[in-house]
Design a protein around this ligand. Structure first.
Ligand code: SF4
Length: 511
């Protein structure tokens, strides 16, 4: 059907989770029925989730917003008489640069044919037929790509460590255990373009010499899991997974493993334990998973977005990729914009973009004529950034310098009405619930911090509580076993650093 019609004459309906919840599947069925001579298809996330459900029409390139089953007549009328309307969200589209999300909203996520027609698996076949594993690793090193899961560790260096180890068995794992409040980048990528992640994993497996792989994805993402499993089956059908891939001696088997929703399982060693069928709790490092991971074999772990960058790096070259971004933060980053922001949704921007441009130009600013107060980057492991730093460049170093982190890409915007003590309490409450309890600083520290913040928000705290709060937070950072406990105090510390007056107003009862 796709090949038989004019590709330009397409009606694309977003069938990612957000738009599906608004009835986009029914809109899709209706439009298929009404326009039998046009290509009408479901596609992945178009980005502007707050205005869903979204329908894009070609060749005009117009996006119809708020498309619901009950306004199908209006949608049909617009498709039959398309006319440019003033688009207040134009910058949402024009200011982005898409590498990872290149196919999202364009191709049918359940069609391997469409992926292949859009350069899919070209990079993998190039690696397999033209590049040695070392050459692939060198390309990734030269690209400057850093892990998009939060830590920002150089991806090529990680690949090189696993590649150098001699072992009969090696694993490649995709960490899709996205759990930060406000983060939906990985879910959207898997729902919209699962083959891009699989291709990145295949290239990684070829480069490091691995034959087995897992995508560890949280069970709360049923649509992402369904599309991923369909993509794996289709890739097997096309001899792109399994034995003797594309007629070579390279073998790679890929399985999906479901996480039961524990936030700590996003930590690499906990994730490995969970894949092994054990309780998902972290263990001390070293040894690092690159040396001793699943069943003590070398294991390469990257997150969804990291793998989704790889095929474009191979296709366009490391120099091209390294020319985007800043000195130390190359390429683009996908962010999930949420909170008090007009354009809630999924965006991809070049590293180094100013926070202001991301929130006000692309994000559309703050709704209801309210003032911007702060933005939380990095979820519960990150920190808040107040308005005086809106001119900050969005890159790993600049955000860390402000006491926050890039994290995996959740960005929660807060307006003037947000109480920063409440915000700090919310994130500590989250970490308290998610702490696995293995080490005392985190197990006890999150509870104690929560109790203090609860007291303060109820107007029962005093200045001594503030001193105790900072002492506990600093102790947790230094002594917790894993990243969860080490970074859990960040929202508290950054809120206290930038909004000290607000904490004092609470304890001195001036609020
Ligand atoms: Fe568990 Fe927290 Fe210790 Fe990590 S820091 S091992 S989550 S108790």
């Amino acid at each position: 059907q796709f090949l038989g019609k004019d590709k330009q004459d397409t009606i694309s309906v977003c069938v990612a989770a957000g738009c599906l919840a608004l009835g986009s599947d029914k809109v899709l069925e209706e439009l298929k029925r009404i326009f039998p001579d046009r290509i009408v298809k479901g596609v992945g996330c178009l980005g502007l989730c707050s205005r869903g459900a979204l329908v894009r029409i070609e060749p005009e390139g117009f996006v119809i917003e708020h498309a619901r089953p009950d306004n199908i007549d209006e949608i049909v009328n617009f498709i039959q008489n398309p006319k440019k309307i003033r688009d207040e969200n134009e910058k949402f589209y024009t200011k982005q640069q898409k590498i990872v999300l290149k196919n999202c909203g364009k191709i049918d996520p359940e069609s391997i044919e469409e992926y292949i027609l859009n350069e899919g698996y070209k990079a993998f076949l190039k690696c397999l037929n033209e590049l040695s594993p070392d050459e692939v690793i060198n390309e990734v090193i030269k690209s400057g790509l850093r892990g998009r899961g939060g830590g920002g560790y150089p991806t090529g260096l990680k690949w090189s460590t696993v590649g150098k180890i001699q072992s009969p068995i090696k694993y490649v794992v995709c960490n899709a255990d996205e759990g930060d409040p406000g983060a939906f980048m990985d879910r959207a990528i898997l729902e919209s373009d699962p083959h891009k992640v699989i291709e990145g994993m295949l290239i990684a497996a070829y480069a490091v010499g691995a034959n087995r792989g897992y995508v560890y994805v949280r069970a709360e993402y049923p649509l992402a899991i369904k599309r991923l499993k369909t993509a794996i089956k289709n890739a097997e059908r096309f001899n792109l997974l399994g034995a003797n891939i594309a007629g070579t001696t390279f073998n790679f088997n890929l399985e999906v493993r479901l996480g039961a929703g524990a936030y700590v399982c996003g930590e690499e060693t906990a994730l490995i334990a969970s894949i092994e069928g054990k309780k998902g709790t972290p263990r001390p490092r070293p040894p690092y998973p690159a040396e001793s991971g699943i069943k003590n074999y070398p294991t390469l772990i990257n997150n969804v977005e990291t793998y989704a960058n790889i095929s474009t790096i191979i296709n366009n070259g490391s120099e091209w990729f390294a020319s985007i971004g800043t000195d130390k933060s190359k390429g683009t980053k996908v962010f999930a914009l949420s909170g008090n922001i007009k354009n809630t949704g999924l965006v991809e921007v070049p590293m180094g973009i100013k926070l202001y441009d991301l929130i006000f130009e692309i994000g559309g600013g703050i709704p209801n004529d309210k003032e911007f107060k702060a933005v939380q980057t990095g979820g519960p492991s990150g920190g808040c950034i107040p308005s005086e730093y809106l001119n900050t460049s969005v890159d790993y170093e600049s955000l860390t310098h402000l006491g926050s982190i890039m994290g995996s890409g959740g960005m929660i915007v807060m307006d003037e009405n947000t109480c920063m003590v409440d915000m700090a309490k919310f994130f500590i409450d989250f970490c308290k619930s998610e702490s696995c309890g293995k080490c005392a600083p985190c197990r006890n520290g999150t509870v104690q911090l929560y109790e203090i913040l609860d007291k303060i928000t109820k107007g029962e705290g005093n200045e001594r509580d503030l001193i105790t709060m900072i002492k506990i937070a600093n102790t947790m950072k230094k002594t917790s076993l894993c990243g969860l406990g080490q970074s859990a105090p960040n929202p508290v510390l950054s809120a206290f650093k930038y909004f000290k007056d607000e904490f004092y107003e609470h304890v001195l009862h001036r609020y």
